[in-house]
Design a protein around this ligand. Structure first.
Ligand SMILES: Cc1cc2nc3c(=O)[nH]c(=O)nc-3n(C[C@H](O)[C@H](O)[C@H](O)COP(=O)(O)O)c2cc1C
Length: 192
């Protein structure tokens, strides 16, 4: 079950934009993050939620889409995310949040996948632009943006082949391929 959900939880970058995500559904995803582990139990993450068209556009303009797809500038109108979650670190609670934002992102994305949505997390975005667009005060530092929507593309995992390397790519049918290293490749040592 968990493996199935993890396999299904790919990074999607094209959506049925008109398929709205309700605020109560976004809040239920934040609740999954809230219940997730937190270093020193600091719980210093804060969240901005948007399913509002105008705000979505402001957020969209600050994101850097799919660095390996050099000729693609991101999804066109109609295929853009229906909602966003911005994860902030509340520096008035702690200067560090350890890796809480990674755990929170995964909880949110697994929850979205379970509900029939899909998403993509962004580490590459213009933080000053996000701050300005969402009127975020100085003590809240934007760490991750998560785009969400009903998926409108096919994403396939494949075994990493040494010649092709780690870069994801799109084939002529617009199917998105994601190479993954093998288990044997990543287990450095086994003590039995
Ligand atoms: C920490 C982190 C930062 C990421 N930042 C971006 C980003 O800025 N832009 C983007 O298009 N995808 C981003 N991604 C998505 C990755 O490109 C994606 O996870 C990777 O290609 C593997 O695909 P998969 O998620 O389907 O396994 C990020 C993923 C992670 C975990």
């Amino acid at each position: 079950m968990l493996k199935h959900l993890i396999m299904k939880n790919r990074s999607y970058r094209r959506f049925y934009e008109e398929e709205r995500i309700l605020m109560k559904d976004l809040k239920s995803l934040i609740d999954l993050a809230r219940l997730s582990p937190s270093g020193a139990n600091l719980q210093s993450l804060k969240y901005v939620l948007s399913n509002d068209e105008k705000t979505n556009e402001l957020i969209f303009n600050e994101l850097k889409w799919a660095g390996y797809l050099k000729d693609w500038k991101g999804p066109k109108k109609g295929e853009r995310p229906a909602a966003y979650i911005v994860i902030l670190s509340d520096q008035s609670i702690s200067k560090t949040c350890y890796w809480d934002h990674g755990i929170a992102s995964q909880s949110i994305l697994l929850g979205a996948t379970e509900r029939g949505y899909a998403g993509c997390q962004f580490g590459a975005f213009n933080a000053d632009g996000i701050r300005e667009a969402l009127d975020i005060p100085e003590h809240l530092k934007p760490l991750v943006v998560i785009a969400l929507g009903k998926p409108k593309e096919v994403v396939l995992l494949e075994d990493l082949d040494d010649e092709k390397g780690i870069k994801y790519y799109r084939d002529e049918e617009e199917v998105h391929h994601v190479p993954k290293r093998s288990l044997d490749d990543i287990i450095f040592k086994k003590y039995e």
